[in-house]
Design a protein around this ligand. Sequence first.
Ligand SMILES: CC(C)(COP(=O)(O)OP(=O)(O)OC[C@H]1O[C@@H](n2cnc3c(N)ncnc32)[C@H](O)[C@@H]1OP(=O)(O)O)[C@@H](O)C(=O)NCCC(=O)NCCS
Length: 199
Amino acid sequence: MGLNTLPRTLTLQDGRTAELQLLEVSDCLSLVEFYRTLPEQDRQVLKDDVTTKEWADRFLRKVATKEVICLVAKDGDKVVGEGSLYRSMHGWTKHVGEIRLTTARSHRRQGLGLAMASTLVKIATDLGIEKIIVSMVENQLGTRRTFEKLGFQKEAVLPRHVKDISGIKRDLIIMANDVSQIWAAMESLVQDYSPHAGE
Ligand SMILES: CC(C)(COP(=O)(O)OP(=O)(O)OC[C@H]1O[C@@H](n2cnc3c(N)ncnc32)[C@H](O)[C@@H]1OP(=O)(O)O)[C@@H](O)C(=O)NCCC(=O)NCCS
């Protein structure tokens, strides 16, 4: 499930396939296009403005230094999902990683998010990361469900920390997973869910 299983073909629950691979420089334009075509409602819950060339350049620099491990799911040349593991290379949170994940609306509820998230968790543990966090707005049910399935639990709430698209302030929830403890349990859980590799 980790880096040594990439690239691999995922079969989604509706039978479509997607190639899961590490981001390559040549994917950059498709990645920006993927974010540009996301509805504003989805983009608004992401931490960065991911639609600009400047963001892409900064992001690629972080990928080059391995501060970010970025996976993309592709349908042909088109990016249909992006999931990244962010980590501090120095300092007192060196053992902590953060996952950020987005899938295309056309590919949601097919197991893609779960497959990408579980791969990133495995990569994190292989890199020696001991704790993983995910930040989400209180009403992001899909994100919450996806990470709960992988053993993440609510760890902190920052009240009225985020303004949504209508200007309403919402709580920011931080979920965490002490992966040093529960990877083994998670692996058996993940096997119960499609998509699976190698078809
Ligand atoms: C969160 C997100 C990545 C999930 O992707 P996905 O490809 O739909 O995920 P999966 O199909 O693997 O779903 C995983 C689980 O979550 C559940 N789920 C997903 N979206 C859901 C929703 N809107 N409501 C309720 N449950 C949902 C799925 O049903 C599945 O559970 P199941 O196996 O019991 O059916 C996707 O909804 C997304 O990109 N959201 C917008 C961006 C975002 O909020 N990113 C998070 C920032 S870290």
